[in-house]
Design a protein around this ligand. Sequence first.
Ligand code: C2E
Ligand code: MG
Ligand code: MG
Ligand code: MG
Length: 281
Amino acid sequence: YSDIALYKAKNSGRNNWVFYKPDMGEYLIQRREMEKEFREALSEGQFQLVYQPRYDIKTSRIAAVEALVRWQHPRLGLLMPDQFIPLAEETGLIIDMSDRVLEKACLDGLRLAPDLKISVNISAVEFNTGGLAKRVKAILQKTGLEPSRLELEITENVTLSNPDTTLETMTQLKEIGVRFLIDDFGTGYSALSYLKRFPFDGIKLDKSFVFAMEESDNAKIIVENIIGLGKAYSLAITAEGVETAEQLKRLKEYQCDEAQGYFIGRPVALDKVDFNVEFGV
Ligand code: C2E
Ligand code: MG
Ligand code: MG
Ligand code: MG
């Protein structure tokens, strides 16, 4: 319903969203207009990247940054991915957007310390339309970023909708050193036993699990077990949505490898990322 949300955003101000379905005719006009604006955004460079750090709990160092896209819309202001990624996916324009995101992220990566990794989110649509391995290789070559510094984040559902293509694409990119992370782990429909067929390097445990730890002992047990299971499969575990010192402390107890979230650092422009944070929990 991102189109619908945006429709309301345009007509009643950004902070006054009601999920409401305009009649179909209006809806289609709105959609077509937004698609046109998206094309303009591509040609005029209205997409920007912010970066959120990932913290290595054992070494107390920032290990990586994740690129998160924003659309600086000329009339609507700053739009978040949930407001435009679905449309980009439906129209296929996600490929062009993603090429730009990947290239910018690789170039930005060159400005960082060489031991830092850069992760980029890849949509399921990009796997299903093929050509991803070729595109990523071309961008790595063009920018000169060391492939082993690039991490691609995909959700577990990607592997379900098109397992053969996914495996082939991943294998081609693994050969040159690109790393893969399972994003939002736990929100999809697959088990780790299934996912181990794919060459993933790490798991990002969805923030809903970290949030739930506050509420119930059951959730704590689940988190501890997922971390253990990940380790059994030699996967590095990143906990998403770490907002408090308390959560970080508990994750450390459970031997979680990495933490990401507002407590560590919010997504900000690259030159605003604090790489010197250290948390004595
Ligand atoms: P994601 O990859 O799971 O990214 C994490 C999201 O959670 C980000 O939202 C981030 O700002 C937010 N977040 C981080 N730490 C915290 C926290 O401590 N608490 C809470 N409540 N939220 C936190 P954002 O930037 O709105 O991105 C949403 C989703 O959009 C991303 O989820 C990703 O799936 C997608 N996305 C972002 N950039 C791109 C892109 O360049 N390409 C594609 N295909 N998808 C993208
Ligand atoms: Mg992600
Ligand atoms: Mg995530
Ligand atoms: Mg997500």
